[in-house]
Design a protein around this ligand. Structure first.
Ligand SMILES: Cc1cc2nc3c(=O)[nH]c(=O)nc-3n(C[C@H](O)[C@H](O)[C@H](O)COP(=O)(O)OP(=O)(O)OC[C@H]3O[C@@H](n4cnc5c(N)ncnc54)[C@H](O)[C@@H]3O)c2cc1C
Length: 255
């Protein structure tokens, strides 16, 4: 078996290969959905992330999810001197309305803790807005062409499942490819999409549920907030609920 990584451009190309795996991440979705046989299932969430890179001192990895009072903020170190920061914002957020001082005001408000901890303020080096969506392409194969990872599906980040799903796709595909080259069997390859999609839709469900439990949205009222708090209360007091969360969070078994 000969493995080769090919860089695909906008033009049509002919790839001389028995099997083609298309795993070029979410930027490749336009390419992957150009096949008329596939159906795209997409849903857009009522929020985006305002992301900013800041030059500041090391501060602890921090994920702040304050369902009670404010919208979310999170940040982590990309290097010892660069922090990547995320602030939950509106889907159509206008970056012109976010001077550096406002970014830091919001970040300090959302991230500072009761014991006096607060992120170290530093210069904002770059900023942008990332929209949130869920997305699945069905089926994930066309003849001998197989889609894997973000090229075939996107989940909102709340469940931290994107990489897990990509690895699961590849595990299923690797087994099928090995069998194809070992014995000529094609049935595992033929079932690749069906096997992966069962897991993908369960992970879409889980990520959606986590998002609706942990994010607050401006358009939602008190009823929704109280439902979220009840959900969190149930989750932290019921062994059955905790077991279900742990089962999904650590990863469903591979078929
Ligand atoms: C800020 C952030 C935090 C995240 N946190 C988590 C987390 O905690 N847990 C989790 O499970 N997931 C997380 N994810 C999601 C996770 O990173 C992705 O779901 C995962 O990397 C998808 O893997 P992939 O191999 O499909 O795509 P990628 O990792 O995007 O890899 C695609 C590769 O294809 C290459 N490529 C692109 N275009 C072409 C082309 N035209 N030709 C050839 N090659 C090309 C790219 O260079 C890249 O190497 C996070 C993502 C982000 C952005």
């Amino acid at each position: 078996m000969r493995l080769r990584r090919t860089f695909i451009t906008n033009s049509q190309i002919l790839v001389p290969a028995a099997l083609i795996v298309f795993a070029a991440g979410c930027a490749a979705i336009q390419v992957s959905t150009d096949y008329s046989h596939s159906t795209d299932f997409a849903a857009y969430h009522a929020y985006s992330w305002l992301r900013a890179y800041a030059g500041n001192e090391l501060w602890v990895d921090q994920i702040k999810r304050d369902v009670n009072q404010q919208l979310q903020a999170k940040g982590w170190m990309d290097s010892p001197t660069i922090t990547r920061l995320y602030l939950q914002c509106e889907p159509d957020e206008d970056l012109d309305e976010w001077p550096d001082a406002r970014i830091w005001d919001e970040l300090l408000l959302r991230s500072s803790t009761a014991d006096g901890w607060a992120p170290t303020v530093g210069p904002i080096l770059q900023e942008g807005v990332t929209g949130m969506r869920s997305f699945v392409v069905e089926p994930m194969q066309f003849g001998r062409l197989f889609l894997a990872g973000d090229a075939a599906h996107i989940v909102p980040p709340t469940g931290a499942k994107g990489l897990n799903l990509a690895v699961a796709d590849v595990a299923v595909l690797a087994r099928a490819i090995a069998e194809f080259y070992r014995s000529g069997r094609e049935d595992l390859l033929a079932r690749y999409s069906e096997i992966c999609l069962r897991r993908i839709w369960k992970v879409q469900r889980f990520s959606w549920w986590m998002t609706s439990m942990l994010h607050r949205f401006h358009h939602e009222g008190e009823f929704e907030r109280k439902r979220q708090l009840a959900e969190l209360d149930y989750l932290t007091s019921s062994r059955a609920a905790m077991t279900s969360l742990a089962e999904n969070y650590t990863g469903l078994p591979l078929e």
